[in-house]
Design a protein around this ligand. Structure first.
Ligand code: ADP
Length: 418
C-alpha cells in the first residue's frame, strides 16, 4: 500500500516536473529501452545505447533485434507478443542474451521485460544490465572447479598408483619374509644336525674306537709266527669296527644329501646274488656268537636286476645289521627273495627283541629309537635313509613286528622298472 502511495506520489511529481524523470533516467547505470509494438526502439536512456557503443539518438527507430545475437531459444517477436498479451504490470523473468556492440564485441546482457500503456498505446520496457563481470566470475569459478576436478583426479590417480606400489611392496616383503623363514628353518635344521652329530660322535664312536685301540695294542703283542691266528683275530676286529664307523659316517652324510634332494642314482643291470652275497659276507663279520644268517644260495648270476646297486646294498646291509644288533646270540636271521607278478620282494626276518606296538609308527622318523633298543648302540637314522632312498626309486619299505618275538622288514622293487 505504502509502495503504491510512494509511486503515485512520484508519478504525479514526475508529471509536474518532467526534468526529474530525465535526471533519473540519465543517471542510472542500468540501460533502459522503450520498444513499440513493431519491435522498434522508441526511446532509451544514455546507458541503454552506450552499452552497445551508440548514442541514444543513433539507436532510436532501429529494430531491437539488431542489438542482439540471434539466440537459438529466444524469438523476440514471440517474446514480445507474449508480453503484450499480459497485464501491463506483468514482469517477465530475467533473460540472459548476448548483446552485439557496434565494434563487434559481444556483451553478456541480462534483460527484464515488462509492458506499459502510454497514450493508449502499449510499449515494452526493457531493462538491460551488463553482466560481463558476473559471467567472467562464473567462468573463473567454472575453470577453478575444472582445475580442482583435475587436481582431485590426478591426486586420486597418484594415490591409486601409490596403493599399487604399496601392494607390490607388501608382496615383496612377504616373499622376503618367507625366504628368511626358510633360511632360518634351514639354519635351525643345520644346528640340530650339528648337535646330533656331536652327540653321535661322542656316543657311537667311543666303543668302536676303544675296541680298535685295545685290538691294536693286543695285535702288537703277538710277534711270533705261531701267533698269527691271534693277530689276525684282532686285525679283523679292527676292520669290523672301522667298517661300522664308516657306515655311521656314511649314513650321516647320506641323510643330509637325501633331505636336501641332492642325491643322484646310478641305475644299471646287475645280478641280485652279487649284492646278497656281499651283504651277507660283511654281516657275518658283525654277527654275534652263534647267530646264523640264511639266504637263498640258489640265486644264479642270471637273476639280473635293474636298480641302483649301491642303494640296494646299503638298504639290505642296514636291515641285516639291525637284525643282528637286535637279536640275541644264537638267533636265526633269514633272507627271502620272491619274484611276484609286479615286483621283487626281499625280506629280512629275525626273532629278536621286536618293536613295541606303540612305537612302530615312529620307526622311520629320523633319529627315532624304540625304548627297548637303547641298550644297543645306534643312531636311529638307518631306516629313515633306507626308506627315503627306496621311495625315490619307486620302491617300498615296510615291516611287521611283535615285541619279544621278532621283526620282518620287506623291500619291494617294482618289476616294470627292472
Ligand atoms: P639304529 O638301529 O641305529 O637305532 P635304525 O634307523 O636302523 O637306527 O632303526 C631305528 C629303530 O628301529 C631302532 O633304534 C630300533 O628301535 C628299531 N629297529 C630297527 N630294526 C629293528 C629290528 N630288526 N628289531 C627290533 N627293532 C628294530
Amino acid at each position: 500500500m505504502l509502495r503504491i502511495l510512494i509511486f503515485e506520489e512520484m508519478e504525479s511529481f514526475i508529471k509536474q516536473q518532467p526534468i526529474i524523470f530525465k535526471i533519473l533516467c540519465d543517471s542510472i547505470s542500468t540501460g533502459v529501452l522503450i520498444i513499440d509494438q513493431k519491435e522498434r526502439i522508441k526511446a532509451s536512456n544514455p546507458m541503454g545505447a552506450e552499452l552497445f557503443g551508440y548514442t541514444h539518438q543513433e539507436i532510436r527507430g532501429s529494430s531491437v533485434e539488431t542489438l542482439f545475437i540471434k539466440d537459438q531459444h529466444i524469438e523476440f517477436s514471440e517474446l514480445f507478443s507474449n508480453i503484450f498479451a499480459h497485464q501491463t504490470d506483468h514482469v517477465n523473468p530475467p533473460l540472459q542474451l548476448e548483446g552485439k556492440a557496434r565494434n563487434g564485441q559481444i556483451i553478456p546482457i541480462e534483460i527484464r521485460l515488462s509492458s506499459f500503456m502510454a497514450e493508449k498505446e502499449k510499449f515494452i520496457l526493457m531493462i538491460l544490465a551488463d553482466i560481463s563481470i558476473y559471467k567472467k566470475q562464473e567462468e573463473e569459478i567454472l575453470q577453478l572447479n575444472r582445475h580442482l576436478g583435475e587436481l582431485v583426479d590426478s591426486r586420486t590417480q597418484k594415490l591409486s598408483e601409490l596403493i599399487e606400489e604399496l601392494k607390490d611392496e607388501i608382496i615383496k616383503r612377504k616373499e622376503a619374509e618367507s625366504k628368511i623363514k626358510i633360511a632360518l628353518e634351514k639354519e635351525r635344521e643345520l644346528n640340530d644336525l650339528k648337535t646330533k652329530f656331536l652327540s653321535l660322535v661322542s656316543h657311537e664312536f667311543k666303543t668302536p674306537l676303544s675296541v680298535i685301540l685295545s685290538s691294536a695294542t693286543l695285535a702288537e703283542k703277538y710277534k711270533t709266527t705261531d701267533e698269527q691266528d691271534k693277530r689276525e683275530k684282532h686285525l679283523r676286529n679292527i676292520r669290523v669296527k672301522v667298517k661300522a664307523l664308516n657306515t655311521i659316517l656314511n649314513d650321516f652324510l647320506s641323510i643330509e644329501r637325501l633331505h636336501a634332494g641332492t642325491n643322484t642314482y646310478q641305475m644299471d643291470y646287475f645280478p641280485l646274488s652279487r649284492v646278497i652275497n656281499n651283504v651277507v659276507y660283511d654281516a657275518n663279520m658283525l654277527s654275534k656268537t652263534g647267530q646264523k644268517i640264511s639266504y637263498p644260495e640258489n640265486l644264479t648270476n642270471e637273476f639280473m636286476i635293474f636298480y641302483d646297486e649301491k642303494i640296494l646294498e646299503l638298504s639290505l646291509a642296514n636291515l641285516i645289521n639291525n637284525s643282528i644288533k637286535y637279536s640275541p646270540k644264537y638267533g636265526q636271521i633269514n633272507i627271502f627273495v620272491s619274484l611276484e607278478k609286479e615286483y621283487i620282494a626281499i625280506q629280512v626276518k629275525d626273532q629278536g627283541i621286536g618293536i613295541p606296538k606303540s612305537e612302530q609308527k615312529h620307526i622311520f622318523d629320523p633319529y627315532f629309537r624304540a625304548h627297548n633298543a637303547l641298550l644297543e648302540n645306534g643312531t636311529g637314522i638307518g631306516l629313515n635313509i633306507v626308506k627315503g632312498h627306496l621311495e625315490k626309486l619307486n620302491s617300498q619299505l615296510s615291516f611287521e613286528s611283535e615285541e619279544g618275538k621278532g621283526s620282518t622288514f620287506s623291500i619291494r622293487i617294482p618289476i616294470n622298472k627292472l
